[in-house]
Design a protein around this ligand. Sequence first.
Ligand SMILES: CC(C)(COP(=O)(O)OP(=O)(O)OC[C@H]1O[C@@H](n2cnc3c(N)ncnc32)[C@H](O)[C@@H]1OP(=O)(O)O)[C@@H](O)C(=O)NCCC(=O)NCCS
Length: 190
Amino acid sequence: MASSLSIEGVQQPGFLSNNLGNQALINQNFNEFHIKEFNESYLNQIKEVLLEVQKAGFFAEKDTSVALDVLKEKLLGLWNYDIKVIEAEGIVLGFICYTKATLSDSYYELYWMAVRPSAQGKGLGRRLIEDMEKDIKSRGGEAILLDTSSLESHAAARHLYEKMGYKIISKIENFYSKGEHKLVYKKELN
Ligand SMILES: CC(C)(COP(=O)(O)OP(=O)(O)OC[C@H]1O[C@@H](n2cnc3c(N)ncnc32)[C@H](O)[C@@H]1OP(=O)(O)O)[C@@H](O)C(=O)NCCC(=O)NCCS
């Protein structure tokens, strides 16, 4: 177990129920998953992913609202986020959003990622991160930063990041709200 999970104030994992998402997806055996560039045709399905994740208690309403703003900014060409979806047979199961850090030569930032609750725990999150890292490396990126919450609702995300080599470099106490700290993670690509 990564040592960073024992940081004071970080809620320990205790697996959240996965049964609040689209039950139909749980039983569907997809043969192949594909990671594709975001385009407008995926917008409604990404909204569904966000709402399912919110309904399952992983995101607060403000998280969903900011994530939707990011999608709108991308579609309007206001900000060049990299957004990819992971889909199977035309059903979007999750997405990831990252970008090159403003004013940095070599740092990138992971902003958002989410997988439908009914499709979680099947390695899709890992595949999205691996794809992002490969893309960033191919563009000369040297490190990735991300931040997430210390709450129990984000235990799966912290577990995944830590398993993939991301290390906590900073903890900002009570950043999101009283008792909810911001954890900044970094991974050097080599
Ligand atoms: C984080 C997230 C994208 C991971 O997606 P995923 O497809 O389930 O990821 P994976 O299946 O590749 O890996 C998940 C890992 O977390 C583990 N996990 C699941 N729930 C957990 C929990 N409550 N506590 C700790 N670990 C947990 C899984 O067992 C798995 O680890 P393992 O491979 O060692 O068994 C998904 O959980 C999610 O959408 N969470 C809600 C949104 C969120 O928190 N986004 C990130 C912050 S922006």
